[in-house]
Ligand binder design. Sequence first.
Ligand code: DQA
Length: 146
Amino acid sequence: MKLLFLNGPNLNMLSIREPDIYGRQTYSDLENFIRAECAKRGVECEIYQSNHEGVLVDMIQAAYGAVDGIVINPAAYTHTSVAILDALKAVALPAVEVHLSDVSAREAFRHISYAGMACEKTYAGFGFDGYRMAIEYLMEHHGGQL
Ligand code: DQA
């Protein structure tokens, strides 16, 4: 099984940005965590981060026919981007949304998730562990070709 991990704007600032909300680990720690969780389970992974909405759209499009599922933390674009929602719908790959923080317990504008409308599942508020949960969900529901 091969999964694409997409992380949106400002996630490259992990450990510096609002550590009380997002924690003290770095983006590179997050990548290492994802790689290790995938390796343990024999899952191939590609991990990208971009601060640009169009780049995230391009990456979702490029995933068509190339991976078995997408794990996406669109960060602030979660709450604004119809383009990312449409891209996820266009490729129609199984997708899981992850947020480090519990967006449902934060400002009202974070309660809407456009990307989430094209995702089978959302894990929010579990920190890095949400990515592990997303891997396990996709393996359980879409790992048939393993
Ligand atoms: C986030 C939550 C978003 O509301 C925020 O804009 C982010 C990160 C999270 O992982 O908790 O940048 O997606």
